[in-house]
Design a protein around this ligand. Structure first.
Ligand code: ADP
Ligand code: MG
Length: 238
């Protein structure tokens, strides 16, 4: 069973058509990258998957269930945004456990999930600090940790590294790849950075103007771009 199925999905803001009849199938455990220039509809698509935006037409299925009109919390997904959106007054531990406590999860279970996420992301020494005392890279690790503790099937990332400097970006890229290999869950990762897409993805969907131009593995996208736009954007030899 595929992890995510997007069927003829369209979304318009008034007269502006942002997504046009999109069809995507994401396999279980796949790392799919949505790649395209600013304004092509990547975040809009991700927000539809997360349930943060209502679609105009079409359907979204997750794990064989039509979730098009389900609440975000009932979709079994975790989302990591470009800006970290941590609670500044809470410690890292508090930020990680906040969503779980709301679910009335037993204290021991909350603690063990926080400990596991902290270990995986190597942020154990930071648990008692507040976000203001962390670097950008550390904050983004905590933001990833908040999705991790929820034990979701599907991770959605919206340009999680674009606020970081080049060195941190490549470090965290390796980290995210490692995380995917360890968890083996489905990841949909939005970026406008070709290198990020080529190094992380099992498959890449190249988007332009709300339409998928090509959906294929990195090698095929690079060596056999479907059209001039894909070739130009990915920087393939002409
Ligand atoms: P990307 O993430 O690829 O940069 P977005 O999905 O954020 O692109 O935006 C796609 C298009 O939709 C852009 O032209 C943007 O201006 C427009 N858009 C996004 N959100 C809204 C909104 N809430 N109202 C109107 N237009 C929007
Ligand atoms: Mg965006």
């Amino acid at each position: 069973m595929p992890s995510i199925e997007v069927k003829d999905l369209s979304l318009s803001f008034g007269a502006v058509h942002v997504l046009r009849k999109m069809n995507i199938t994401v396999e279980d455990g796949e790392f799919l990258v949505l790649l395209g220039p600013s304004g092509c509809g990547k975040s809009t698509l991700l927000n539809c998957l997360a349930g943060l935006l209502d679609v105009s037409d079409g359907q979204i299925w997750i794990k064989g269930k039509n979730v098009t009109w389900e609440e975000p919390k009932d979709r079994g997904i975790g989302m990591v945004f470009q800006s970290y959106a941590l609670y500044p007054q809470m410690t890292v531990r508090g930020n990680l456990s906040f969503g779980l406590k709301n679910k009335r999860m037993p204290k021991a279970e909350v603690e063990s999930r926080v400990a596991r996420a902290a270990e995986i992301l190597q942020i154990e020494p930071l648990l008692d600090r507040k976000p203001g005392a962390l670097s950008g890279g550390q904050r983004q690790r905590v933001a990833i940790g908040r999705a991790l503790v929820r034990d979701v099937d599907v991770f959605l990332f919206d340009e999680p590294l674009s606020n970081l400097d080049a060195k941190l970006r490549s470090e965290l890229r390796v980290e995210i790849k490692r995380l995917h290999q360890k968890l083996e869950n489905t990841m949909v990762y939005v970026t406008h950075d070709q290198i990020e897409a080529l190094t992380l993805a099992d498959r890449i969907a190249v988007m332009r103007g709300g339409i998928i131009q090509q959906l294929a593995g990195p090698k095929e996208i690079y060596n056999k771009p479907a059209n001039l736009f894909v070739a130009g954007f990915i920087g393939s030899p002409a």
